[in-house]
Design a protein. Structure first.
Length: 257
């Protein structure tokens, strides 16, 4: 499911489960973490993350999840948060290519990357309005920091997805490019970074990380998200949202606490 290649000081990690839009369950998360660890041990000077097929990552793989027994804290706090911290602390510049669906955990992987190049047709936002769940993986912190309260809640309430062009114009990510140009551009940027002043880059990476966490409290916000998501597990709408997704039908929510 996860492929790693290393060439000329650049690691390229590929989410390779296109049949399920590269959605991630516990096994995939463990493989992804192992790939980052292997790339770190190899001493690469840049890293590129991308997805195979029609999407970067459609989020958590919930195809076999029973919402009545869902261990949300175990998944988000036990697996996703450590992975995102590992990614954000990677000892070299990191790049990601966003195309197709970039949702939930997929959005979190982008948040944890240093630089994100986005295909114009990418889909970015909060689809959780149809699941009876809430945005996770650091999405609240990212959207609030870049979009403000009103636009953040508009995206969450409506479930509307932004195009890659709109996301970049809104300040979410680095560059928007035509779909057939985004991967070559990201590879070229990673290759250039791998030949650059790595220690100077890492100093800037640390400074930006400190500024970002001081401003929005990314990790504290994720902890709050995790607990809000866990509390929603006890609601009828959460169970209905999961059932509707798995049965490929529209959900019917009651809105009850």
């Amino acid at each position: 499911m996860i492929r790693l290649t290393i060439e000329d000081g650049v690691a390229e990690i590929v989410l390779d489960a296109p049949e399920k839009l590269n959605s991630l369950g516990p096994e995939g998360i463990a493989e992804l973490s192992a790939a980052y660890a292997k790339a770190s041990d190899a001493g690469v000077r840049a890293l590129l993350l991308r997805g195979e097929g029609r999407a970067f990552c459609a989020g958590r793989d919930i195809s076999g999840v029973d919402p009545r027994e869902d261990d949300v804290i175990g998944y988000l706090e036990g697996l996703i948060e450590p992975l995102m911290k590992q990614m954000s602390e990677f000892p070299a510049p990191t790049f990601a290519v966003a195309h197709g669906a970039c949702l939930g955990v997929g959005l979190g992987l982008l948040i944890a990357s240093d630089v994100v190049y986005v295909a114009e047709s990418a889909k970015i936002g909060s689809p959780f309005a149809n699941l009876g769940a809430t945005l996770d993986s650091g999405g609240h912190a990212l959207f609030f920091e870049r979009l403000g309260a009103h636009r953040t809640l508009d995206l969450i309430y409506t479930g509307r997805l932004m195009s890659g062009s709109e996301a970049v114009a809104s300040g979410l990510f680095s560059q928007a490019l035509a779909d057939d140009e985004v991967l070559p551009a990201a590879r070229a940027a990673a290759s250039k970074a791998a030949k650059g002043a790595t220690q100077a880059f890492l100093a800037s990476k640390r400074l930006v990380a400190e500024l970002r966490d001081r401003r929005v409290g990314l990790w504290a916000s994720m902890s709050d998200e995790n607990r809000a998501q866990a509390a929603l597990c006890d609601t009828a709408d959460y169970r209905e949202g999961f059932a509707a997704f798995q049965e490929k039908r529209r959900p019917s929510f009651t809105g009850e606490a």
